[in-house]
Ligand binder design. Structure first.
Ligand SMILES: [Zn+2]
Length: 97
């Protein structure tokens, strides 16, 4: 298992998420639940965009959160690190939405 360590940019600047491609994989976004103990934000996308994604780990799993002004924060299903890292890559490539 590849550990996810904080390397993704600095606060205020991260990768930009491109427009999703037509064949992108839909993520089963759910209304965000109460924050877990020991959650760590290890990746985030650029905060100059209205929609910001965060990759969050807690214990042996994690999820992606999506925030947008005026919208309820939503989160992806919980995943183990490897599929979570894959999903994050897909998102940054515009291949998940
Ligand atoms: Zn930016």
């Amino acid at each position: 298992m590849t550990p996810l360590t904080p390397t993704g940019g600095t606060v205020g600047h991260g990768p930009h998420v491109p427009e999703p491609q037509p064949d992108s994989v839909p993520i089963d976004w759910q209304r965000a639940t109460q924050a877990e103990d020991r959650r760590r934000v290890v990746r985030w996308t650029c905060q100059c965009k209205p929609v910001v994604y965060y990759l969050i780990t807690a214990g042996g799993h994690g999820h992606i959160e999506r925030t947008a002004p005026g919208q309820t924060t939503v989160q992806s299903p919980r995943l183990r690190y490897a599929p979570l890292a894959d999903l994050w890559e897909l998102l940054l490539l515009g291949r998940a939405r």
